[in-house]
Write a protein of this length. Sequence first.
Length: 128
Amino acid sequence: MAALARAEALGGQRWWFICPVKKIRVGKLYRFVGTALGAAMGALLTAYAQNVAAFGAGVFVLGLICALLRIGRNAFRYAGITLAIVMLLGRAEPAWMIGIYRFLEISVGIAVGLLLTAVWPEPEPAAA
């Protein structure tokens, strides 16, 4: 489903995902990448330290990773949200398990969205 794309091939913008159903660029799937990064970072940091400094360092490192991978601000935004959920949530389970659950929730949502797009496509606009 995921395809790394060159900037020249896609109109000068870097897109990491291409929708397999419609063969179009989809920026919304940055949620998937950002959630994976945030869940991994949250589980890693919570295992070693759970304080404000670790949270700030995690957000900073996520920003660097997103900038280096050129995946955009949307992925960074979702990574930060997921990091906050994993690190700041009162838990009865280990942080890595909460990270996995959060990642699976978002993955199921993306899969359902793609399935609905395939089953119930948007109508093509009428030519004027």
